[in-house]
Design a protein around this ligand. Sequence first.
Ligand SMILES: NC(=O)c1ccc[n+]([C@@H]2O[C@H](COP(=O)([O-])OP(=O)(O)OC[C@H]3O[C@@H](n4cnc5c(N)ncnc54)[C@H](O)[C@@H]3O)[C@@H](O)[C@H]2O)c1
Length: 278
Amino acid sequence: MTLEDTYQRRTAANTAPLHQCRSGRLEGKVCLVTGAGSGIGQATARLFAREGATLAVADVDDSGAQATVAAISDAGGTAIREHLDVADEEQTIAAVASVVARFSRIDVLFNNAGISGVGDVVETAPELFDRVMAVNVRGVYLMCRAVVPTMIEQRSGAIINMSSSLAAIGVARRVSYAASKGAVLAMTRCMQVDLAPYGVRVNALLPGTILSPFVERYLAESYSDREEGLESIRRRQLTHDLGRPEDVAYAALYLASDEARFVMASGLVVDGGMTGAK
Ligand SMILES: NC(=O)c1ccc[n+]([C@@H]2O[C@H](COP(=O)([O-])OP(=O)(O)OC[C@H]3O[C@@H](n4cnc5c(N)ncnc54)[C@H](O)[C@@H]3O)[C@@H](O)[C@H]2O)c1
């Protein structure tokens, strides 16, 4: 079976009505996913709902978030939409308060929202560097700061922070982005030390190149020919296809579930061999 066959099978399962395929790995859990209006966040929100979770779908893009909520509702799941810019402290506090008011708890926070930054150190304007750090790093910090008191009170919780394989290896012209994802991994490890006594797990995901609107924009910015760009990405991996949002969603599901109760301060690599096998 090729990677593409696996993807088609998983996608079909992820869109099937809940009663046909629900296995309940997140039954009863309230999960807040940022950047859930597109790509990896959307696939994860849908998968979490299929596994029995109640979803808070948070995104700065309201129409994307609404599409995710509609997909979950159509499949028989429960989801609400929260407008959220993760870089805005007031909005992070308001979104978390709204979810807690509605569901009385937050079991899983998936800090997935993020933006790209393309350029070497000279090409990268200070404004771009600051913006990438504001969303990708400050956004994770602000969301954790807003959610953690609830998890401490509950004496339980799972936080998943979106890092990247670029926290571990160097790739051309990704200076601001790599800096932000390295910071997320380092922050994850330190937060875990502080939060372990309260039963809160904190882990990071390190995906390789995942075909999503994010990567389509990166390809358009970085290569004059899309196919040439895809080919150079494939050469970095051991697989002939790029990753799909569902590949990362399944890893997030594991970290969010109680199956991962002994997994703490880790960076789970999901990258088709890009980091480990070269
Ligand atoms: N696609 C990849 O190859 C890849 C690889 C490694 C890591 N990542 C990371 O995974 C995450 C999701 O990426 P994706 O590929 O699904 O991208 P995407 O662009 O498809 O989705 C990102 C979502 O985040 C939202 N968002 C952006 N800024 C926001 C903000 N300030 N507040 C709230 N929401 C905001 C967007 O509206 C969008 O819905 C990002 O953090 C990205 O850095 C992606």
